[in-house]
Every structure is written in structure tokens, then in C-alpha cells.
Design a binder for this molecule. Structure first.
Ligand code: GLP
Length: 263
């Protein structure tokens, strides 16, 4: 796994945006051979989306032949609720770029048959030929998408109960009212993310330091589902300095040293 340590949130977001744009451009996508991008929500990727929007506006990347698959969605929250992940994605990314509506895939947390919805989502990813690059964030407890601690590291898209930690963390989007936070979500599995050709995670701030430490220095464990990335051939975490607060000095220096000449 690569760990890119940038000085602050702005520079890590720029690094990630440039990386994603470069990957899309290198693939030279066409309608017959689109680029398949996995998309996260949360506050961590906001800077990355802003960076991609800027690159798009400067004409340095196009999303015309990009197909997206989002990581997750709350169950039971109306699609037009301001905190639904549908609303998040259109507000913060899709409505600012030239993506085609039909190329956007987000799990429907209001589907009548949630299990069927999850199975069809997996099928849609497969039929598209798999995900080229899955972008993501990390929950403070080390979860990826909504794969809470204890999730199988080979899990696929499914319904997941949210832990108290996540409900508390996400209550900031619901006026800090725990009762307003949905209790369940649909999420791609750890296995779904692991099947992507590449995974790029953004991680910033001191409150992610324990999760980053577990991801990099800990063993592979279902209790820190992000740690599954240690088994991925092409995984990158790009973080800021404060997210490194729990890393050993030697780990920090090692990654600084090996990455110093890279993009
Ligand atoms: C939610 C999302 C995750 C995200 C996490 C961290 O739980 N399902 O995909 O990584 O929040 O969010 P933030 O970036 O706001 O800290």
C-alpha cells in the first residue's frame, strides 16, 4: 500500500484530484470503454470533488465517458432529503461536471426489496466490467463505506446496521439529533471495494489518526475494515499531517522517504 503524506487538507485533496484526473485521462475512455469510478460521501472527499470540478472547468478532465457507482446510501431517508447520499452527490459533484445522469449509480435505500436492490447493484458493477478506481474515506472507527467493525472482509453489497459510533459521528449532519440519523444503510462490501483495480482513500484530521494507524501498522482485521486494503495490489491512502499523529516515527519517515520523488 502507498501512503502519501501531504501537509494539509487542501494539498491532499489536490493530490487526490490530480491522481484521479490523470487516471481517467490515461484510460482515454469512450462510450464503448467507459471509465468506472467508485464514489464516496462524507466530509473527507469534499476537497477531492472540488478539485475534480476545478480540473473539469479548466478542461483538464471530462466525465462524459465516466460511469460512477456510489459506495452507500441510508435506508429509508427520502432521496431528496438534504442528507441523503443522492442529494450529497448531486450537490457536491455531479451537477458541476459533465456526467450523464444515466451513468450515475447510487443504491436506492427506499427500494421495496432491499436485498434485491443490493444483488442488482453488484450485478450492475460486474456487467459494467468492474470498477477501475474506487475512491473512499475512512470512518473514525476504521470503516470503509458502511462496513462497520466486524464486517466480513469478503462482504458484498448488503444491508448494514450502523454502529452507535457511526450514528453519533454522523449526527452532525442531522442537527446532532441521534434520533434523526437512519439506523441502517445499504453499502458495497469490503469485497466489492477490494475487487476494484485501484483504491484511493482520502484521510484527514486528528480524529482519523487511530484508524490510519490501524490501516497502516495494524494487522488485517475485521475490526478495522479499512485494513483489508493491505491485501490490495493497488491501494493508496493520501492523508494530512495530523492524521499521522498515531503512526510510529519510523513509519512516518519511511513513507515520506519512499514517496518523496513521486507525483
Ligand atoms: C460515513 C460514510 C463513509 C465515510 C465516513 C467518514 O460513514 N459511509 O464512506 O468514509 O462517513 O466520513 P467523514 O469523511 O465525514 O469523516
Amino acid at each position: 500500500m502507498r501512503l502519501i503524506i501531504e501537509p494539509d487538507y487542501l494539498s491532499l485533496s489536490r493530490w487526490a484530484a490530480n491522481y484521479v484526473a490523470a487516471k481517467i485521462n490515461a484510460a482515454n475512455p469512450t462510450p464503448e470503454k467507459p471509465f468506472k469510478l467508485g464514489c464516496p460521501t462524507g466530509s473527507s472527499p469534499l476537497g477531492l470533488y472540488k478539485g475534480l470540478i476545478e480540473l473539469y472547468k479548466k478542461g483538464q478532465v471530462s466525465f462524459e465517458n465516466v460511469i460512477t457507482f456510489n459506495m452507500d446510501e441510508y435506508v429509508g431517508l427520502p432521496e431528496d432529503h438534504p442528507e441523503s447520499y443522492h442529494s450529497f452527490m448531486w450537490k457536491n459533484f455531479f451537477s458541476h461536471i459533465n456526467i450523464k445522469k444515466e451513468n450515475v449509480h447510487i443504491l436506492n435505500g427506499n427500494a421495496e426489496d432491499l436485498r434485491k436492490e443490493c444483488a442488482e447493484y453488484e450485478k450492475a458493477i460486474q456487467e459494467a466490467g468492474g470498477i477501475d478506481l474506487f475512491m473512499g474515506g475512512i470512518g473514525p472507527d476504521g470503516h470503509i463505506a458502511f462496513n462497520e467493525p466486524g464486517s466480513s472482509l469478503t462482504s458484498r453489497t448488503r444491508i448494514k446496521d450502523l454502529t452507535s459510533d457511526t450514528i453519533i459521528a454522523n449526527s452532525r449532519f442531522f442537527n446532532y439529533d441521534l434520533d434523526l440519523v437512519p439506523r441502517t444503510a445499504l453499502t458495497v462490501g469490503v469485497g466489492t471495494v477490494m475487487d476494484a483495480k485501484e483504491v484511493l482513500i482520502v484521510c484527514n484530521g486528528h480524529n482519523k489518526a487511530r484508524a490510519l494507524q490501524a490501516a497502516i501498522e495494524g494487522g488485517v482485521s475485521q475490526m478495522w475494515t479499512i485494513s483489508a486494503l493491505q491485501m490490495h495490489q493497488h491501494a493508496i491512502i493520501v492523508c494530512d499531517e495530523t492524521a499521522c499523529d498515531e503512526l510510529k516515527v519510523s513509519t512516518y519517515r519511511y513513507f515520506k522517504d519512499i514517496e518523496k520523488d513521486n507525483l
